[in-house]
Design a protein around this ligand. Structure first.
Ligand code: SAH
Length: 243
């Protein structure tokens, strides 16, 4: 029986892959990878390494999670070094926890290899720090996907007083998210940014207010994330990557 490395691939820029992730990729007998993991990482695999694409992006899962779990498990029965490569960090809306539990229940050893999460790195490439002395004391990372459900579990009321809020998987709900934030008491002029394809050569950031961002940003390509808060204004001084 092999070992599974539940590995973060970073947010896009291949240079943001960790040394540890690179090492397991180089040793891998099989790599099971997501749509959000930069496929150029696979170029570092050894000859004969098998690649299994289980691409899923936002809500458009090409494979149900249960099937992915089973593919990882079956791979571990056949191979010594199994790498499960996921965009960003495996445990930030990455379902790495579910995969770990599935493997543990079947007696398969695993390791988590943290990755640079898009939630922090993508705003950073856009010149938006998630915290900034004198501006914020906290930041929150929220799923923007769940709010589609009639019975949202998101405690919107609590966000009224939040500093920075980063929504992942939220572009398709951008209008609902901004409406909700206004409903709970954020000013209509509150700063917000949408960042598309962050940390890649196609990165694009659109800045606006809760009131006008939807019209400005709704057609941006995915993956994209949303940053809400006064920190967005710091981009005027800190934008570096898109220049
Ligand atoms: N585990 C990942 C997040 C998975 S959820 C991580 O830690 O980064 C997928 C969401 O992440 C996307 O819908 C998008 O909101 C965000 N995302 C991932 N990569 C991104 C990128 N390069 N640019 C913008 N958003 C990104």
């Amino acid at each position: 029986m092999g070992k599974v490395y539940l590995t973060g691939a970073g947010p896009g820029d291949i240079d943001l892959l960790t040394v540890k992730a690179l090492r397991v990729v180089q040793q891998a007998d099989v790599i099971i990878y997501d749509r959000l993991a930069n496929p150029d990482i696979l170029l570092y695999a050894k000859e004969g390494c098998e690649f299994i694409y289980v691409g899923k992006e936002d809500s458009h899962h090409t494979l149900p999670q249960e099937e992915i779990n089973e593919i990882i498990y079956q791979s571990a029965l056949k191979h010594e070094h199994v790498v499960r490569l996921k965009g960003g960090d495996p445990l930030v809306f990455g379902r790495g926890g579910e995969e770990g539990i599935y493997l543990r229940e079947r007696g398969i050893a695993f390791e988590f290899i943290p990755g640079v999460t898009s939630a922090i790195a993508v705003p950073e490439y856009a010149g938006i720090p998630v915290t900034h002395r004198g501006v914020t004391v906290s930041f929150r990372v929220v799923t923007g996907h769940e709010s589609k459900k009639a019975q949202s579990q998101i405690p919107w009321e609590n966000y009224k007083t939040d500093d920075t809020i980063v929504f992942l998987m939220g572009l398709h709900n951008l209008d609902k998210i901004t409406q909700k934030l206004i409903e709970v008491g954020k000013p209509k002029e509150h700063p917000i940014a949408v960042i598309s394809k962050g940390t890649t050569p196609e990165e694009k950031t659109v800045v606006g207010t809760l009131e006008d961002i939807y019209e400005k940003a709704k057609d941006l390509p995915t993956p994209a994330l949303i940053v809400v808060g006064e920190v967005v204004k710091l981009r005027e001084q800190l934008n570096w990557f898109e220049q």
